[in-house]
Design a protein around this ligand. Structure first.
Ligand SMILES: Cc1cc2nc3c(=O)[nH]c(=O)nc-3n(C[C@H](O)[C@H](O)[C@H](O)COP(=O)(O)OP(=O)(O)OC[C@H]3O[C@@H](n4cnc5c(N)ncnc54)[C@H](O)[C@@H]3O)c2cc1C
Length: 449
């Protein structure tokens, strides 16, 4: 049997995975439906920039791309909260400057991953090749060229579906028996807007922060780009009284921004064009099982588990999938069915956990971050982390700055939420926290990690 592996989708996960597989000596054929973004001026897809954190960084280090990518990344040390009256409040993400998340351009990252992939003589990327389905009995993949409209069939030792949240491979898995599938849309959509750079490429907002304008049922965020601009994303209901559907005219748009985000509005000269030109994206959670069919095919990244972006973990989780699949190939290859089975066993429960945490974090970001009780709890978290190292670790830290399984982070996070709730009953200030009670609660409920 040939050592050819077919990957469907040369997005973030597919491009990275091809490098892992090439390093193991496999011949990798990647089929990507879009043209080559390094040669054609196409948008790189959803969201212009992304937050890269520890799990994604670990994978980049494993394939030797970390240094290259960090050249185009901007560290974000915390959240900068913008109130309606223009006041700002900085909330650090971690306990020091090494605990940062990194803003990186999706397009640049994808292009560099493709460059690195193609440096391996055994990786070939075929562009304009849309997968239209798969025959799971024979392992044959059906492809159609988007330019010539010609169809052909490809077959390899196995197939990996890295074709994103609307995966064509997954669609065909729906047709076979005992395949569980759920998708749920958030009632909110998103639209990208811009704060351009100032004169000489100056950043017009604090550079090393993720900016948030939380407004209870909706929010605006902004991440920095290396050219001094910020990509802003408005998360807003799709329908209803306050919604994208209702916000139709220039005067409505300006009145809305003037009332809700006046400091941002002052920095957005292209707001009208951006708002009326850019599409509204939808926000989806996809869960499915099993992720594989025998030794024929497996799903990875958004194809297996799309999640809403509010923990900044979709790509990081997809990159961590690559790390785990690589580990399973090391342990069980070339018995592909066992590789896929073990990989799903390790990842599925964790993908479910981070998908749920991501939805939960939406409510935290848009609603709670400016709440005094939330701010007090964050302060207590940092103090407890300092006093009980390795035992009390904030949930955000476990998810973003460590590689502990997401399900563990979720479960310990729930226990810690209980402890924080107990400690904040009837108090308003940090100096009122009963540290003896804190120690008792921690000893009773948490074990060292
Ligand atoms: C607004 C927004 C903000 C986000 N922010 C973050 C963040 O800060 N941090 C983070 O970690 N994640 C973030 N994410 C999530 C992240 O974008 C995804 O999790 C990540 O892109 C998944 O990578 P992937 O390779 O699995 O899928 P994709 O990046 O979607 O790649 C899939 C590839 O497959 C190709 N393809 C699709 N169908 C076919 C087909 N039929 N045939 C051939 N090719 C096909 C596509 O063209 C694409 O190139 C965000 C997402 C959104 C929407």
């Amino acid at each position: 049997m040939s050592d050819k592996i077919i990957l469907i989708g040369a997005g973030l996960a597919g491009s990275l995975l091809s490098v892992y597989l090439a390093k193991k000596g496999y011949q990798v054929e990647l089929f990507e439906r879009r043209p080559d973004m390094r040669k054609t001026n196409i948008g790189a897809g959803r969201s212009i920039n992304l937050a890269l954190s520890t799990r994604g960084i670990h994978a980049l280090k494993e394939v030797g791309l970390y240094e290259e990518i960090m050249k185009i990344a901007i560290p974000m040390k915390g959240r900068m909260i913008h109130n309606r009256n223009g006041d700002m409040q900085f909330q650090p993400y971690g306990k020091n400057d090494s605990e940062v998340i990194n803003a990186v351009s999706r397009g640049d990252l994808n292009m560099r991953l493709m460059d690195l992939a193609e440096k391996n003589k055994n990786v070939t990327i075929h562009f304009n090749e849309r997968c239209t389905g798969m025959n799971f009995s024979t392992g044959e993949v059906h492809l159609t060229n988007e330019v010539s409209s010609e169809s052909h069939i490809e077959k390899g030792r196995t197939v990996i579906g890295t074709d994103g949240s609307a995966s064509a491979i997954r669609m065909d898995m729906l047709k076979i028996g005992r395949f569980s599938f759920s998708q749920s849309y958030l009632e909110h959509g998103y639209k990208e807007l811009t704060i351009p750079a100032g004169d000489n490429g100056d950043f017009l907002l604090e550079k090393n922060a993720l900016h948030i304008w939380p407004r209870k049922t909706y929010m605006l965020i902004a991440l920095p780009n290396i050219d001094g601009s910020f990509t802003c994303t408005l998360f807003y209901p799709m329908e209803g009284e306050n919604s994208f559907e209702a916000l139709k005219t220039e005067s409505q748009l300006l009145a809305f921004f003037q009332k809700e985000f006046p400091d941002a509005l002052a920095l957005m000269p292209t707001l009208r064009e951006d708002y009326f030109t850019n599409p509204v994206g939808t926000l989806i959670t996809v869960k499915c099982s099993p992720w594989y069919v025998e030794d024929k095919v497996v799903l990875l990244g958004d194809a297996a588990h799309a999640m809403v972006p509010f923990y900044g973990q979709g790509m990081n989780c997809a990159f961590e999938d690559c790390t785990y699949l690589n580990g399973c190939i090391e342990s069980f290859g070339p018995n592909w069915e066992t590789v896929f089975k073990e990989y799903e066993k390790l990842r599925k429960v964790n993908a479910n956990a981070i998908a749920d945490l991501a939805v939960e974090n939406f409510y935290e970001m848009r609603d709670k971050v400016s709440d005094p009780l939330f701010v007090l709890k964050k302060k207590i978290e940092h103090v407890l982390e300092e006093k009980f190292p390795g035992i009390f670790i904030p949930k955000y830290t476990m998810v973003s700055f460590m590689r502990v399984p997401y399900a563990t982070a979720m479960q310990r996070g729930l226990v810690q939420d209980f402890i924080l709730n107990e400690l904040t009953i009837g108090i308003e200030r940090m100096d009122e926290v009963d540290l003896i009670k804190a120690e008792q609660l921690i000893r009773d409920n948490l074990t060292p990690m």
